[in-house]
Design a protein around this ligand. Structure first.
Ligand code: IPM
Ligand code: MG
Length: 360
């Protein structure tokens, strides 16, 4: 098969980690007789430097014309980078939020798996990490607190800032359907996370999720308050299969969930619309402190590329091959600095990519 992949390397460690994912994709293409054509596009800080704005119509149009988008990370150091002197709508993150919205990528899938080889890097007590866990956070990505009306204005002589958490039924329904669909292919359990004891938007969320659940009698649905969910994630992560939640709740919980896998450098993600089209990016940030040092962990990006093969290209065997190669490399004791532990071999970002590609 021939596939056209739009590539946004982005800022910070983005170029390094995406280069390794492309290396692995090239190994897949060679082994399975596919052709992957890449088109490099700018977004975030790199686009601000080149075009004066974080996201151009050109980048949106080229992404739309592609079969899938592979992305690294965007943004810089928020205290020192000149990008953060710009008004909010011209900062790097506005590019990321803009492309999610422009491409209609409302479903963000973040699988959090504790590899048995990495249980030593998990900061939880041994009796918890020994049980392992394998969950998928289904984060709503184009609505909620991120996209509701926001403003800062002067009222009675002081500044007042407002963000709005708004959801309509159709937005909740479509993400709930995605959660139940993926649960059907997993352990058939959905935990819907909300704050229905306080928030109106959460009460509507709960009502719509319950309606959707009626179409999936085989799936067990439970509701959990977001504060309790944060606690349960560190107390008993093995209880979760699919967790579906509002945009910002998902942002926060997925960082927490990534940490218990050993490192945010392990967490892949797929952002999808209602078709097979998706944007694939690691869940972690641009890590400006280690950018350009060939130290970053490329595994999250490589696993994101595997998700692209699986969800956008229907290449199950190829996706399995990438995931197995990652497991084998970990099994062999190969580690980047973030997941390093005693007795293991510490390698650079590019060596990690080489090792994984060699095992395809
Ligand atoms: C993420 C990131 C982004 C988000 C930032 C960079 C805007 O934290 O993908 O989780 O909040 O969605
Ligand atoms: Mg985040």
């Amino acid at each position: 098969m021939t596939k056209n992949i739009a590539v946004i390397k982005g800022d910070g460690i983005g170029p390094e980690i995406v280069t390794e994912a492309m290396k692995v994709l090239d190994a897949v293409a060679k082994k399975y007789g596919h052709t992957f054509n890449y088109e490099q596009l700018l977004m975030g800080g790199a686009s601000i430097d080149a075009n004066g704005e974080p996201l151009t119509q050109e980048t949106i149009d080229r992404c739309k014309a592609s079969d899938a988008v592979l992305m690294g990370s965007i943004g810089g150091d928020t205290t020192t980078s000149p990008w953060y002197k710009l008004p909010p709508h011209l900062r790097p993150e506005a590019g990321l939020l803009g492309i999610r919205k422009a491409l209609g990528l409302f479903a963000n899938l973040r699988p959090c798996v504790l590899y048995p080889q990495l249980s030593g890097a998990c900061p939880l007590k041994k009796e918890i990490s020994d049980k392992g866990f394998d969950m998928l956070i289904m984060r709503e990505l184009t609505g909620g607190l991120y996209f509701g009306e926001k403003k800062t204005e002067e009222v009675d002589g002081e500044l007042v800032a407002v963000d709005t958490l708004i959801y309509s039924e159709h937005e909740i329904r479509r993400i709930a359907v995605k959660a139940f669909e993926v649960a059907m292919k997993r352990r058939k359990k959905v935990t819907s996370v909300d704050k229905a004891n306080v928030m109106e938007s959460s009460r509507l969320w709960r009502k719509v999720v319950e309606e959707v659940a009626k179409d999936y009698p085989e799936v067990t649905l439970e509701h959990m308050l977001v504060d309790n969910s944060a606690m349960q994630l560190v107390k008993d992560p093995a209880q979760f299969d699919v967790m579906v939640t509002e945009n910002m709740f998902g942002d926060i919980l997925s960082d927490e969930a990534s940490m218990i896998t050993g490192s945010i450098g392990m967490l892949a993600s797929a952002s999808m619309n209602e078709t097979k089209f998706g944007l694939y990016e690691p869940s972690g940030g641009s890590a400006p402190d280690i950018a350009g040092q060939n130290k970053a962990n490329p595994i999250a990006t490589i696993l994101s590329a595997a998700m692209m093969l699986r969800y956008s290209f229907d290449m199950q065997e190829e996706a399995d091959a990438v995931e197995n190669a990652v497991s084998k490399v970990l099994e062999a004791g190969i580690r980047t600095g973030d997941i390093m532990s005693e007795g293991m071999t510490c390698v650079t970002c590019s060596e990690m990519g080489d090792r994984i590609a060699a095992l395809i």
